[in-house]
Design a protein around this ligand. Structure first.
Ligand code: SF4
Ligand code: SF4
Length: 385
């Protein structure tokens, strides 16, 4: 059977939107302190609009359909939507807080053939988890949901966003995932709010802690190779694509807005005014995203980290240019290897997302940035199956 990576590569070559993420709503029954969304309903798509969108996605060749939010299960038509998605034979992945999942819902999801459910768990301690979600009793209800899903035989991926307030509980959450038969991933990513408000970035873990995470065998596997100096960059890397956003994947908001990725908020069309496939094929924004190769990035193409950097073009866009570096990833590359990025070297001055500026070259010794924040985009490798 062809591997997913091969299928994704093929989809990229053929220009097929292989994986689409649809937020069914931005409304939510929790109020997580780090959430980047606006929760008030500004006129989200109705049932018929979403069913029609799913039909269009099927016609366009979509295989993976991620249904997320907000909390997607608070929509009254949730089951109709999942039912249609499965009838169209999408491989459906659901992102939920599982607060509304009991045995009956778990069995229904199982009977519909939902492939995997991703659930955020911030701590094994209710006082920590519930303080983050701002919903009393949420940890208990979420874990009830996880147990029900596992009992129904559904794969559960436990996602642990790490912030200052819950960093100390990481190993206990990993152990909890193992005990419940869920996979575990740790992710120190906190992104600016969709409104542009960056105050949530104060929740990020300090850079000094991040360096510690990158040097933890339990999280990254082989620390020596993970934190090794970056290998030389060649033509293969320079001819590469920045990521799958806009190439084989995209995001649709509850209001029908299409973006290259949920983390790349470049407005590229709206399915209430245009056919999805017309947006996918002809949107000037998506065409521009698609035209970019790594060698076209003025700073990153000269960077030692280019071959291994998790540079997010979405974050780069929020910083001013989709062809620019993402300072969060520069920091990550630096803390991972101790080698300064081309961006840091070019500027001679490093401005961290927290707004703190430091003289770069003089301060690049490991440990010099203790206390500074960092955003990480890609989840760290799973540590438990
Ligand atoms: S790198 Fe950024 S824009 Fe690309 S797929 Fe990942 S999150 Fe989306
Ligand atoms: S470390 Fe920074 S400059 Fe280097 S490739 Fe990554 S984002 Fe670009």
């Amino acid at each position: 059977m062809m591997l997913i990576a091969e299928l994704t590569q093929k989809a990229m070559r053929l220009g097929v939107p292989f994986a689409v993420h649809v937020d069914l709503t931005w409304r939510c029954n929790e109020r997580c302190e780090h959430c980047y969304l606006e929760h008030d309903d500004q006129g989200e798509m109705g049932t018929e609009e979403l069913l029609n969108l799913f039909d269009q996605l099927a016609d366009a060749g979509v295989f993976f359909l991620t249904l997320s939010g907000g909390e997607p299960m608070i929509r009254r038509d949730f089951w109709d939507l999942v039912g249609r998605a499965r009838a169209l034979q999408f491989n459906v992945k659901l992102k939920t807080n599982a607060v509304l999942i009991r045995q009956a819902e778990a069995e229904r999801l199982r009977s519909l053939g939902v492939e995997q459910i991703q659930i955020s768990v911030y701590s094994h301690r209710p006082e920590v988890h519930d303080a983050i979600t701002k919903l009393p009793g949420s940890l208990e209800r979420t874990l009830r949901g996880v147990r029900a899903l596992r009992a129904a035989g559904i794969k559960v991926a436990m996602a642990n966003v790490m912030m200052r307030s819950n960093l100390a509980d990481r190993k206990a959450v990993a152990a909890l995932a193992r005990e419940l038969g869920a996979t575990y991933s740790a992710d120190p990513t906190v992104t600016p709010m969709i409104t542009g408000d960056r105050s949530v970035l104060d929740l990020r873990i300090p850079g000094s802690e991040l360096a510690g995470l990158f040097h933890d065998n339990e999280l990254v596997g082989d620390v020596e190779s993970f934190c090794a100096p970056p290998p030389p960059v060649g033509d293969a890397e320079l001819d590469g694509l920045p990521c799958s956003a806009g190439h084989s994947a995209c995001y649709v908001s509850p209001y029908g807005d299409v973006y290259p990725c949920v983390q790349f908020p470049l407005p590229s069309g709206n399915v209430r005014r245009q056919r999805f496939l017309d947006i996918w094929r002809q949107s000037p924004q998506l065409l521009e995203v698609r035209s970019i190769r790594m060698r076209d990035l003025p700073v990153c193409s000269t960077c030692a980290h280019m071959g291994i950097c998790t540079r997010c073009p979405g974050l780069a866009w929020t910083e001013g240019s989709m062809r620019g570096p993402s300072s969060a990833d520069c920091e990550k590359s630096f803390y991972r290897t101790g080698v300064p990025s081309a961006n840091m070297l070019a500027r001679g001055l490093v401005t961290f997302p927290s707004g703190i500026a430091e003289t770069a070259l003089a301060a690049f010794a490991p440990g010099a940035h203790a206390g500074l924040g960092l955003i990480q985009i890609a989840p760290l490798p799973q540590t438990a199956a």
